[in-house]
Design a protein around this ligand. Structure first.
Ligand SMILES: C[S@@+](CC[C@H](N)C(=O)[O-])C[C@H]1O[C@@H](n2cnc3c(N)ncnc32)[C@H](O)[C@@H]1O
Length: 278
């Protein structure tokens, strides 16, 4: 498994010195809550304020709309903001759940944290915006959301992070598969790890010959649907890397398998640390 990566280093450093790499944690005396540094577009500043209002905050914006003075402060409100907001980095001196979640990223793209990155997909939602919209439309833990054009599963994963049930529909079986893998693999992490040795043994045969059936057959022989889906997805990511980028199938499969496993492990760890109900 990949042990060192940018997010992991950032998290470690943050825990040591109570600061996040690239995030200035200094706060002005006029601020109770502060936006994440990467919140910059006008629509994001607007959504951030809509989100605060939807979560019951009475505020005055300061410091170029990046900090807020809250007039109805309470411990309960602080807790809610820490657990749920999409655009805040801190509430008082405390980090939000979201800033901690986004450190768990195996890619170079700020949006592709946890399992969001799995399988290339053009035209997906910005996950942070979906988290904010779930708050703005007033959904709470235990509520349900329907995404009738689920695509790569962004809504499903963001809903899961907030303890919201998601029903997703997509006409494409590939979209259904990748969405399931992103949210269900965490349930079967130990079983996925148990199957890794056997699956790796099957990968040394070339892709397009009869022998290769042994990889497919091995995947098909997995009785747990969620574990089987994980390995089907790992194969499809490698097929995509091979077809689109000309990468060697076996190398791509092995590399992506480790990355996918690391991402699911990241998800498991952060869910445990933050007591998320996933
Ligand atoms: C732009 S994508 C949605 C992307 C998604 N918001 C995300 O974050 O990944 C639109 C999706 O709608 C699906 N779709 C199109 N027509 C559909 C239909 N009639 N029924 C169900 N899904 C459909 C497509 O397969 C595609 O995955």
């Amino acid at each position: 498994m990949t042990e060192t990566y940018k997010g992991q280093k950032m998290m470690k450093k943050a825990e040591e010195i109570q600061e996040f790499w690239a995030y200035d944690m200094k706060q002005s005396v006029n601020s109770d809550v502060t936006l994440l540094d990467n919140v910059q577009f006008i629509y994001e500043l607007s959504l951030a304020q809509l989100e605060l209002r939807a979560l019951g905050v009475n505020f005055v914006a300061t410091n170029g709309l990046r900090e807020f003075k809250v007039s109805n402060k309470s411990n309960e409100l602080d807790e809610k903001l820490i657990k749920r907001t999409a655009y805040l980095k801190s509430v008082g001196k405390r980090f939000t759940d979201y800033i901690q979640i986004i450190q768990k990223n195996r890619t170079r793209s700020v949006n592709q944290y946890l399992t969001h990155w799995i399988y290339p997909y053009k035209g997906k939602f910005h996950p942070q915006m979906i988290r904010a919209i779930l708050n703005i439309i007033g959904l709470n833990q235990g509520d349900s959301v329907l995404d009738p054009f689920l695509g790569s599963g962004t809504t499903a994963l963001e809903a899961q992070l907030l303890g919201i049930n998601c029903v997703g529909i997509d006409i494409s079986p590939l979209c259904v598969l990748q969405s399931k893998v992103k949210v269900e693999s965490i349930d079967v992490l130990a079983d996925i790890i148990n199957w890794k040795g056997k699956i790796r043994d099957r990968i040394d045969t070339p892709l397009f010959n009869d022998e290769n059936k042994t990889l497919d057959e091995t995947i098909e022989s997995i009785s747990d649907e969620k574990v089987k889906n994980f390995y089907k997805m790992a194969k499809l990511v490698a097929v995509s890397d091979n077809a689109r980028r000309g990468r060697n199938f076996s190398n791509a499969f092995l590399k992506n398998l480790e990355l996918m496993l690391s991402s699911v492990t990241d998800y498991y760890q952060i869910a445990k640390k933050l007591n998320l109900i996933v």
